[in-house]
Design a protein around this ligand. Sequence first.
Ligand code: KG4
Ligand code: ZN
Length: 318
Amino acid sequence: MLILALETSCDETSIALLRTGQEVITNTTHSQIKNYIHLGGVIPELASREHSKNIIPVLDKTLRKSRISLHEIDALAVAVKPGLPGSLLVGLTAAKTLAYLLHKPLIEVDHLIGHLYSTWLYKKPQLKPNFTFPLLYLTASGGHTSLILMHNHQVFQTLGKTLDDAAGEAFDKVAFLLGGPYPGGPFIAKLAQGGNPQAIAFPRGMIKHENFNFSFSGLKTAVYTFLKKQNQQAPPVSKKDIAASFQEAVVDSLLVKLNKAVQLYKPQHIMLAGGVSANARLRKKARMLFGKKLVYPQLRWCTDNAAMIGCAAYFSLP
Ligand code: KG4
Ligand code: ZN
């Protein structure tokens, strides 16, 4: 079965072709990141205009690279929510038009469920992953942070989520405060490499609460307040130490709740997903806690891509 998948929920125009749901024949992504580097975040109106400019060239490139013609496709998949409404509409309109013209079914996918399938993708058949349910996911990106227990391909139980900022959003905002580019995650992670994660005891939001929810807005405010006060202090704490201490607070907040859920639900595998799952410190500390049970996506599938949307669509079929 060949699926053509489209993803335009934020600032990436991405189109992928998949065979039997998991094998990625090709995935083409046009990122708008360079437009927002100095702006601290995505401008929704600009993002949707860029998508409408890029959607056909990205489709052409995907088909050319795969050497597959539109008529060979069995079904289409598209991310429909959550995301920037104008941006989502560009992908949805393109997908509906193609489905109508080709007389093929269109499968609508929740972007968040899409992220969960980023660990299921493979390029070579001998690398096909094999998982046993239940799976416990920590999925964290610029728009969401959730703990999800996946019982099977139909039942996704949300155990908890962020009550305010998403983890990736906190990385983006703190990077902005430190004078870094958008997106902030890779910048903070690089800066933190030479820093001391114990230099400043930033708060770990909600870790003492019994539930599985998260909160990152207090941490962001703590960094802001620290930076303001530090202007009056001498000698100042280095940006490296601030970045490392902030990153450590995010990682600890995520892992305390993930670990609590692991103890309670005893999943077969523990999965990381979403843009923040690219974070090396998070991966390292999670590996120390969960050993071989831990699974994370290849770096290219952590951030938004159409391949994960196509995979989720395939497994949603009855
Ligand atoms: O999944 P994604 O591409 O988009 C959304 O669905 O939001 O995630 C993007 C987010 C951004 O907030 C970015 O700063 C964060 O993922 N991110 C990282 C890293 N790489 C990307 N956060 C921490 N460490 C990273 N290495
Ligand atoms: Zn995403």
